[in-house]
Design a protein around this ligand. Structure first.
Ligand SMILES: [Fe+2]
Ligand SMILES: [Fe+2]
Length: 257
């Protein structure tokens, strides 16, 4: 899908101080993309991954930073593919000030993974997080896309949107950066996971107003350049969730008569 060759066994710096720390399985269509942000002597992990991928993700994190440097783990919603490895990660992070950054509604469910760190609920902090350097991360709620209180993170400094499951894609033909045909790869994911066309449309209108250099989803590929507006336009027109063009059987399985 992309021209440049990368060594996916290593962390890859995709923007200044921002690293892709995921794992590429050539046979799987469902990959997770955790990211690490290093800001001065402080580090932030985004959607770290599941138990299965934990050893690979952790080895990438700790090849870049010391366990004491990690101040925040941002969890955009409560799904196991991004949260179930968090208790393992907490066990090796030596920073006693470590906080889990999420929405309070997601936190209620995240507790069930056995997470121990203090919760920083974005809805109780004006949807902002200030790092030690003064850098501010902003959080936007993306209701019902796909969790009722899902959030995404915007980094105004590098103009990055960590979009979690929005802009995610499923494909065995995977590359780190989205190329031609990525829109179609997003289709299967969004039709099945997003609640409705209306919800997704409202969110796309808001994202279209952001000053963006890159969109970094939790699955699929990183979107940059002219692909950003193309992907936004594609998702705006997509029938998904309750508005999908799936048959009744596909939507409901068993239909009581
Ligand atoms: Fe999810
Ligand atoms: Fe996900």
């Amino acid at each position: 899908m992309e021209e440049q060759e990368y060594d996916y066994l290593e962390p890859i710096e995709v923007a200044k101080g921002v690293y892709w720390i995921g794992y590429y399985d050539e046979k799987a269509s469902f990959h997770s993309n955790p990211y690490l942000l290093i800001d001065g002597d402080e580090a932030v992990v985004f959607d770290p991954a599941g138990v299965m991928e934990y050893p690979k993700v952790a080895s990438k994190i700790f090849s870049l930073v010391d366990p004491a440097q990690i101040s925040y783990i941002i969890l955009h919603h409560q799904d196991p593919d991004l949260c179930s490895g968090v208790p393992l990660l907490e066990d090796v992070i030596t920073n006693k000030q470590l906080k889990i950054v999420t929405h309070s509604r997601a936190a209620v469910l995240i507790n069930y993974y056995g997470v121990k760190s203090e919760i920083y609920a974005v809805d109780r902090h004006q949807y902002e997080l200030a790092l030690k350097s003064g850098r501010i991360l902003k959080f936007m709620k993306t209701p019902f896309c796909h969790f009722p209180s899902a959030i995404v993170t915007y980094d105004p400094k590098e103009k990055l949107l960590f979009s979690s499951d929005i802009f995610a894609a499923l494909s065995v033909d995977w590359g780190l950066f989205a190329g031609k045909g990525y829109e179609r790869q997003m289709e299967t994911f969004h039709v099945g996971y997003m609640a409705s066309r209306k919800h997704l449309n409202i969110i796309m209108d808001k994202i279209a107003k952001m000053d963006l250099a890159m969109i970094l989803p939790q699955h699929g590929s990183i979107i940059k350049g002219e692909m950003i507006s193309r992907c936004i336009e594609f998702l705006k027109g997509l029938h998904c969730g309750i508005d999908s063009l799936l048959s009744e059987e596909e939507l409901y399985g068993w239909i009581p008569k």
